[in-house]
Design a protein around this ligand. Structure first.
Ligand SMILES: [Zn+2]
Length: 311
């Protein structure tokens, strides 16, 4: 038996063929049909058939199809209630793969799927309790407790990014102020840098932004810091303070075996993780001398596919 995992993104739909223990054998993709629920389901269905045909796997050998979605959903009815970037709402996927595939179809939030993927096949392998924090445009999160995703009463738990770390702080898209997401996302790092640049003409970031058509990215802040820019270093240290505050709060609540950090900002690698560990381990509640492991995600975009397959 095998499983299929689908990463339904705003741009691409990727279907992966996985073994029962979460090894990704192959994957194929097609552009996502946004705003067209029937077209979207047809593309997913075709990709599932094509992938099985390519590997000569009978459709009856697929024991589960899982879909990771960007948005809110009801797992029990396999329904996407509102799809961020998908341009659709209230779409049920329970029968989307019939008649060829009569196996159960399960859905979950894409960040949760990534956490489950890292838990089974990536940086979280060997843990029982794991938190995954994704530092991208926003701050995503997934909570794995005793080997299972914790999704809460309304399937929307794990919104780590919307934990307030600065009361009355910067406004967040969710309506609150001072959420972790507004400080610790790539967008947050860019905002912190922009604000600091206004007060400081003496930073190489001004020239870098000008060369880049007026656009500032999180990577540019990291590059400026690597080049020895004092302002970029100060902004980055502030960024680490905010992120460490959020991670320490999470550790003190969950006491996970590890925290896995993914997303674009995690591409800064040990230069991000080392100062984070330093701050978090100095602040967290602990009995043993060593602090909670904070490690980089290892599966990249495949985490969501593998996690979906294992839902
Ligand atoms: Zn928020």
């Amino acid at each position: 038996m095998m499983r299929l995992g689908i990463d339904l993104g705003g741009t691409n739909t990727v279907v992966g063929l996985c073994t029962l223990d979460g090894v990704l054998m192959d994957k194929i993709s097609a552009p996502t049909k946004t705003g067209d629920p029937d077209g979207l389901c047809a593309v997913m269905h075709d990709l599932c058939r094509d992938l099985c045909d390519k590997h000569n796997i009978p459709y009856s050998e697929i024991e589960q199809i899982g879909i990771g979605l960007p948005g809110t959903l009801v797992k029990a009815t396999c329904t996407l209630t509102f799809g961020t970037n998908l341009g659709m709402s209230n779409v049920c996927f329970a029968h989307a793969f019939e008649p060829e595939f009569n196996c159960p179809v399960n859905i979950d939030n894409d960040a949760n799927c990534a956490a489950l993927g890292e838990f089974h096949g990536g940086a979280g392998r060997g843990t029982r309790n794991l938190l995954m924090v994704t530092l991208g445009t926003g701050v995503g999160g997934g909570i794995v407790l005793e080997g299972k995703l914790y999704t809460g009463r309304e399937d929307i738990a794990g919104e780590i990014g919307h934990m307030v770390i600065v009361p009355n702080g910067a406004p967040c898209n969710c309506g609150r102020h001072g959420c972790l997401e507004t400080y610790a996302s790539a967008t947050g790092l860019i905002r912190l840098a922009r604000e600091a640049m206004e007060q400081c003409p003496d930073t190489c970031l001004h020239a870098m932004v000008q060369e880049n058509g007026g656009k500032l990215t999180a990577k540019m802040v990291c590059d400026a810091r690597d080049a020895g820019d004092a302002l970029a270093d100060r902004v980055f240290n502030d960024y680490c303070d905010y992120l460490a505050c959020g991670l320490t709060n999470l550790i003190n609540v969950f006491q996970p075996d590890a925290i896995v950090i993914g997303g674009g900002v995690a591409g800064y690698g040990e230069k991000l993780l080392m100062p984070l560990r330093e701050r978090v381990h100095a602040q967290q509640f602990k009995i043993a001398p060593e602090g909670t492991p904070i490690v980089a995600a290892t599966l990249g975009n495949d985490a969501g596919i593998i996690g979906a397959a294992l839902l």
